[in-house]
Design a protein around this ligand. Structure first.
Ligand code: GLC
Length: 784
């Protein structure tokens, strides 16, 4: 079954029936005020931090699913019938329905008995609020009188207290109305408030949710909408709603636009002034235009034309868009990660910077600095932090011996190196940044050295990295309190990080430092190769009792994906080891929906392995297709020159390719989900946890930098393709340090890899130079 299609021209995904298998969502906002809007207008919003400053409430685990949201009710004043353009919450069967998820906005349109209503939701100009432009049109031959109601259910700012401390929260909530603005704030808060506003004449309003809904009713049949008027309730406790009732009369064929603005105000007394540019439809449309321009510009730095339409669609639009969303919100806030307790992940955000580096490196640098501030003076880092407060910690998993993860700090090296290559901003390495004790500061390069030190200072009996609480695989909890469990993956990541530090040192001409990094790399590499090769592949870890995970003799977890891909990415596997371990991935782990994380999955809980064994076989890290890991295999294959295999792996997880079987994929076909149930699960092939996943950044990296081969170097732009041999040609437009490179790659000999000739602006060169910002250059690359 198909629920929608890609409108390539408009860069929208168009959903044509509301009953999608899961809510298919979009994000609005750019990382400050923002939120989630589903295809039936479900979702919530927040300012800067979904835990500490929630604006709209969402009911987790609700039945019916996906409520509440940003609702508009249209009521016929004569018959009293009412409906929503987004189907929910009345679920009245509409004569037509359509939801367009675009870049930073969503438009939901419904028609019922000759009245058409559409609502466009977006955040203007990075402000602290969102706009709803509501358009109502009378397609009948008679004059129609109707009422339009809004529904915005407010949350207490602390979204955990909102759920847990009803005793306090519901006694202090306050709703007020003044001149077209409803505000909502705790009693003891003097200035700031959540609010909803309109420039239209308000016939009645409610600030108290209970008054609007009525007893033993729900959002599906609020008493106010049924009766055709709100009760002008001023809420002095209980729950809050931003409900306006606006009378509308439309002649035949006439249409009218009404604007609502919803958000957070630092000072509620000056709201009217702040909003005046947005409250009339003209101002609101102008803001929407600016948003479209923003996204046009955002995506201009990378534009590809390959023989593969889905790759073009994803690299030019959806993959870049998803990367910006993961950059904004890490793994903090989706319909699955609820914006509660987990904060922004250090390893996650560090990897997310890779997906935006080509277009907003300055913002990436801003996030990198925040992450460096999460480092302890000994080099390890928090596991997560909260964006509003900057406070961080190690999460809520049970602690035995260690409260740190073995990998968080190492990802910082990859992020900083990518930033330097993109920008050439070497001075950043000497900028001073505080550690998380907020007293000690050090240069960026010192922070990175400390990261390496921490791992080198925490080795286990096999002289490889201690596992700590877990590594990239959050669920591999090997620590039972003995303090010796080791992670092969982290050790491989360390090798990669050491080599990236070596590259930086070499480029800066620091030969001694470079030699030292090589020593660190080799020591670890040798330790891994001495004890972690299992015959056909690399082992994955050693548990606290010294037993290896990921060996052919094990009953479960014989082979894990990450210690194969990272053996190559980390430069650990040489000669036949590299080919063998990647071939083992294909033989034991590959499926038509993607490569599973390990095999065979654990069937019973085992406290020496921890969280991974809490999942049923085939789910998540326990043998599921954890998509984030798949691009690492693609990159490893490319490093081995195997463009056909890498491309096959890329294609098999392309969500757009499953648009026609969306009932089986279940999640949105326009973004990568976090995971797909694996071959050992009865629901093999179903996607879970859409949107927030490192898959976004790494697939963008794998496809654009490794398959298409266009990547930043310290003093050049690199074009090093590794493509399917059948491709004859492709083009990439890349803006790099301000200059535009119009790249055309030709593959006359039908090879996977290898560059015979590079011609820049008509002249043969060895290296593609960095050009003056603002200039445009042609680059021809002949493979062979
Ligand atoms: C989740 C976590 C991420 C972790 C991954 C694998 O996506 O957010 O940090 O690496 O799971 O366990």
């Amino acid at each position: 079954m198909k629920y929608g299609y890609f409108d390539r021209q408009a860069r929208e995904y168009v959903i044509v029936r509301p009953d999608t298998p899961t809510p298919w969502i979009n994000y609005i906002g750019s990382g400050k005020y923002g939120g989630i809007v589903s295809n039936t207008a479900g979702g919530y919003s927040f300012h800067k931090d979904p835990q500490n400053r929630r604006v709209l409430r969402y009911r987790y685990n609700n039945i019916p699913m996906d409520r509440p949201g940003r609702y508009i009710y249209v009521r016929d004043s004569v018959t009293g019938e009412y409906w929503n353009p987004g189907f929910q919450p009345t679920m009245k069967k509409l004569d037509s329905y359509c939801c367009r998820h675009g870049m930073g906005y969503t438009t939901i349109e419904g028609e019922y008995k000759g009245i058409n209503a559409d609502v466009t939701y977006f955040v203007p100009d990075d402000r602290d609020f969102e706009i709803w432009i509501v358009k109502v049109k009378n397609n009948l031959n008679i004059t129609k009188k109707m009422q339009i109601f809004t529904y915005a259910e407010f949350c207490f700012w602390d979204a955990i207290a909102d759920q847990q401390n009803v005793d306090w929260v519901q006694q202090i909530n306050q709703g007020r109305y003044n001149d077209g603005i409803i505000t909502w704030h705790p009693h003891h808060v003097a200035k700031s408030a959540a609010f909803i506003a309109t420039g239209e004449k308000v016939s009645s309003f409610d600030t108290n949710l209970e008054s609007f809904i009525g007893k033993y009713r729900s959002e599906a049949n609020p008493i106010a909408v049924e009766q055709g008027a709100c009760s002008n309730s001023i809420s002095l406790r209980q729950n809050g709603v931003g409900a306006f009732c606006i009378d509308v009369e439309l002649q035949k064929g006439e249409e009218k636009e009404i604007v609502f603005v919803l958000g957070y105000a630092e000072d509620k007394t000056v709201l009217k002034d702040e909003l005046k540019d947005y409250l009339d439809p003209k101002g609101a449309h102008a803001a929407l235009e600016r948003l479209n321009l923003y996204w046009k510009k955002y995506t201009e730095n990378l534009f590809v034309e390959t023989p593969d339409e889905e790759m073009n669609l994803f690299l030019n639009t959806w993959n870049q868009y998803q990367c910006k969303t993961t950059f904004n919100w890490s793994r903090f806030v989706s319909l699955y990660q609820l914006g509660l307790a987990r904060g922004m992940g250090i390893r996650d955000s560090a990897q997310d910077t890779l997906g935006v580096m080509h277009t907003i490196p300055e913002e990436a640098k801003g996030l990198i600095i925040k992450l460096l501030k999460c480092q302890y003076t000994d080099g390890r880092a928090y596991h997560l932090f909260f964006p509003l407060t900057g406070e961080g910690g190690s999460g809520d998993a049970p602690v035995k011996k260690f409260d740190w993860y073995s990998d968080d700090h190492l990802w910082l090296i990859l992020a900083v190196n990518a930033y330097i290559k993109e920008t050439g901003d070497y001075a950043f390495l000497n900028e001073k940044v505080l550690y998380n004790d907020k007293k000690t500061e050090a240069t960026v390069i010192e922070h990175l050295n400390k990261a390496l030190d921490f791992t080198a200072n925490n080795l286990g009996p096999h002289k490889i990295a201690l596992a700590g609480r877990a590594d990239w695989n959050d669920t591999l909890n090997l620590d039972v309190g003995l303090g010796v469990a080791e992670s092969v993956f982290t050790s491989m990541l360390y090798c990669r990080a050491a080599m990236e530090m070596k590259e930086i040192a070499e480029f800066l001409g620091k030969k001694e430092d470079a030699a030292n990094y090589i020593k660190l790399f080799e020591t670890m590499k040798n330790a891994i190769n001495e004890t972690c090769w299992d015959g056909e592949w690399y082992k994955r870890a050693f548990d606290d009792y010294g037993n290896a995970l990921g060996t052919k003799d094990a009953a479960f977890g014989k082979i894990f994906i990450n210690s194969q891909s990272w053996a190559v990415l980390g430069g650990v596997a040489e000669g036949e080891y590299a080919r063998k371990c990647l071939d083992s991935v294909e033989t034991h782990l590959n499926t038509k929906y993607g490569i599973v994380a390990m095999y065979p999955a654990y069937t019973e809980f085992d406290e020496t392995k921890g969280g991974i064994t809490t999942y049923p076989p085939g789910a998540k890290e326990n043998g599921g297709i954890f998509l984030h890991t798949n691009p690492w295999v693609m990159i490893a294959e490319i490093m081995m020159g195997n463009g056909d295999k890498a491309y096959q792996y890329y294609k098999q997880i392309m969500p757009a390719a499953r648009n026609n079987e969306a009932d089986h994929l279940e999640v949105e076909p326009y973004v990568y989900p976090q995971n797909i149930l694996g071959k050992e699960h009865p629901q093999f092939g179903i996607g879970r946890n859409s949107w927030l996943s490192g898959t976004a950044a790494w697939n963008l990296v794998a496809a654009s930098q490794y398959i298409l081969g266009v990547r930043a170097g310290y003093d050049c732009l690199i074009v090093d393709p590794c493509i399917p041999a059948s491709w004859e040609t492709y083009k990439v437009k890349r803006v790099f340090r301000g200059a535009t490179y119009l790249i055309e790659v030709q593959n006359p000999d039908k090879v996977n890899k290898g560059v015979k000739k590079i011609v820049v602006d008509g002249k043969a060169v060895d290296k593609i130079p960095v050009f003056e910002s603002g200039s445009t250059h042609t680059v021809q690359v002949i493979m062979g």
